[in-house]
Design a protein around this ligand. Sequence first.
Ligand SMILES: [Zn+2]
Length: 289
Amino acid sequence: MRRSVILVVLAALLTAGVAPSAAQSRPLRYVIIMSFDGLRPDALRQVMPAGLLVRAAYSWDAKTTLPSSTMPSHASMLSGVGPDVHTVRFNDWRPSRGYFRLATIFSVTTASGKTSAAFVTKSKLLFFTRPGTVAHAEHLQFPAYDQTAATRAAMRYLTRAQPHLLFIHLADPDDAGHAHGWMSAPYMAAVRKVPDTIGIVLDVLNRMLANDQSLVIVTADHGGHRRTHGTADPQDVTIPWLAFGAVEPGPVRRTIMTYDTAATALAALGLSIPASWRGTSILPLGRNR
Ligand SMILES: [Zn+2]
């Protein structure tokens, strides 16, 4: 009797995030990460329908790492470590340069016997999809594949292949920001489509009867100011972080770093977070508020 009480207390401590590397007690079937390139939280907040936000656990004040550029920031988001460890400073890539060598959410998921896939709208992001670490990696060229078309393509794959982990990169906000300026009318037009893009994913999961077995993380690699980004300016560094599915809705009170996205994805799938990772899982989300 006493022993079972101790076990219950231990289990409660673990699920309360006291041991951040502990796997989540009830593994989810699907984790989907949507990275909207260059999406500023203050922009998304302006256009976020209340009916959608009420379903999310969210922070408008998550942070990426420095430099706040696409490749270094995605390295942190996908590998659970900071730039001091992953050392990605460059911002362009072609296959002849070789693939990212450290563990990623893809490699850990695949090594565990589960499946992962990536759909990216900038080919350089294939850097993170070393052959053998993903079941499927596909470049959907922007702007032919805008956020709507790219997400629909990824959902067709999800429905057919049912990977446990799916990463979707969407270039729209960044493209408008560089061309016309962050927070400009064309930039806001791209951001205004983001809630509907999230809705495409939630609708598909709903049809699969999988909403309560899923975690959908909506975030960004960086923000931007004027027509650029990459600096330590809060406008560049601050990113949105929203989670839908098997979460307790409401604001997340802890500081979220972009490398926490990697740890949260693994924990949601019931996988152990590598001890070398700096990121920690913010699940179970409701208990961290
Ligand atoms: Zn970017």
